[in-house]
Design a protein around this ligand. Structure first.
Ligand SMILES: NC(=O)C1=CN([C@@H]2O[C@H](COP(=O)(O)OP(=O)(O)OC[C@H]3O[C@@H](n4cnc5c(N)ncnc54)[C@H](OP(=O)(O)O)[C@@H]3O)[C@@H](O)[C@H]2O)[C@@H](O)CC1
Ligand SMILES: Nc1ncnc2c1ncn2[C@@H]1O[C@H](COP(=O)(O)OP(=O)(O)O)[C@@H](O)[C@H]1O
Ligand SMILES: [Mg+2]
Length: 242
């Protein structure tokens, strides 16, 4: 449930106006207490997502963080993809479920943003023997399914069709639990603010890393945790204006 709290708070602190977290019943109090600015809708199921249903049209959706891979959730994810037309960011177990159902790639809206770390990427596109082969496979994957792929790492790359952007911010302070969940919240928020998916990914990755570059000299790499990324977003946005 922590990943939902982190990505929801990151989204609201990246400039979008409203955030609704959709969680199983067990998550209602947790999210509402952890972050009262978020609104919370619950699934009818106590423990897992079994029916992703809501009666409003969000401007963007981030899905996958903390959703697990229960068979009920896999089915709910499929029905969600069948009906969804909203700009989408897919992370974490959302990526892992897609990897187990590769036919569902065709259900993703155009320019859906995927945010895999190395292992999630391997599950999506298979293994590679060299950096060149990895890039070729991602470019093919992006062209075939019209996807923006955020290849999380050091440095992170954003790949859209045959364009490759290499991020210039960030450091080892980001190697901490939940930092990818925070990144998904930031990118989803920018997408909701009408940034083109490719630019939402590029700016989100840049800001995410910039928080660590600003914070590390003030608080060490070791003591930096995912909530500090969120805490330093303000300084990161302000430094863009210089
Ligand atoms: N506070 C919370 O609520 C948090 C909730 N979270 C949620 O947890 C869920 C699972 O997310 P996850 O990424 O930990 O698990 P998953 O993708 O199954 O990877 C497991 C195995 O993959 C490998 N591996 C992982 N990274 C790698 C890398 N960079 N490079 C290379 N290998 C790598 C590694 O395999 P190993 O090396 O051990 O064989 C590892 O054991 C997900 O929904 C997420 O949102 C987390 O965000 C944390 C905070
Ligand atoms: N040494 C590093 N330098 C820069 N960024 C890093 C480093 N290690 C990890 N990161 C970043 O931290 C994030 C980790 O994401 P992820 O593995 O999804 O974390 P989680 O699932 O725990 O939220 C990615 O954005 C990755 O680029
Ligand atoms: Mg992750």
């Amino acid at each position: 449930m922590g990943s939902v709290c982190l990505s929801s708070k990151a989204a609201l602190k990246s400039g979008c106006g409203l955030v609704t977290a959709f969680v199983p019943k067990c998550g209602y109090e947790i999210v509402q207490i952890a972050f009262s600015e978020a609104m919370v809708l619950t699934d009818e199921n106590e423990k897992v997502l079994s029916n992703i249903n809501y009666n409003f049209e969000p401007d963007a959706i981030g899905i996958g963080m903390g959703i697990g891979q229960d068979v009920l959730t896999e089915k709910a994810f499929y029905h969600f993809l069948l009906n969804n037309k909203t700009n989408l960011v897919v992370d974490a177990d959302g990526l892992n479920i897609l990897s187990k159902n590769k036919k569902w790639f065709s259900l993703l809206p155009p320019k859906t943003i995927l945010t895999p770390h190395k292992k999630e990427l391997e599950r999506l596109i298979g293994t590679w023997q060299s950096e060149e082969e990895k890039l070729e496979k991602i470019i093919q994957f992006s062209l075939e399914h019209d996807l923006v792929v955020v290849v999380k790492g050091a440095p992170t790359l954003v790949i859209f069709h045959s364009e490759i952007y290499q991020n210039t911010t960030g450091n080892q302070a980001l190697a901490t639990a939940g930092s990818g969940d925070v990144l998904t919240g930031i990118i989803t928020s920018l997408l909701a603010q009408n940034y083109d998916p490719k630019n939402a990914a590029i700016l989100g990755v840049y800001l995410h890393g910039l928080t660590a570059d600003i914070a590390a000299p003030e608080m060490s790499h070791q003591a930096f945790v995912a909530s500090d990324i969120i805490g330093y977003l303000g300084k990161a946005f302000l430094s863009l204006e210089n």
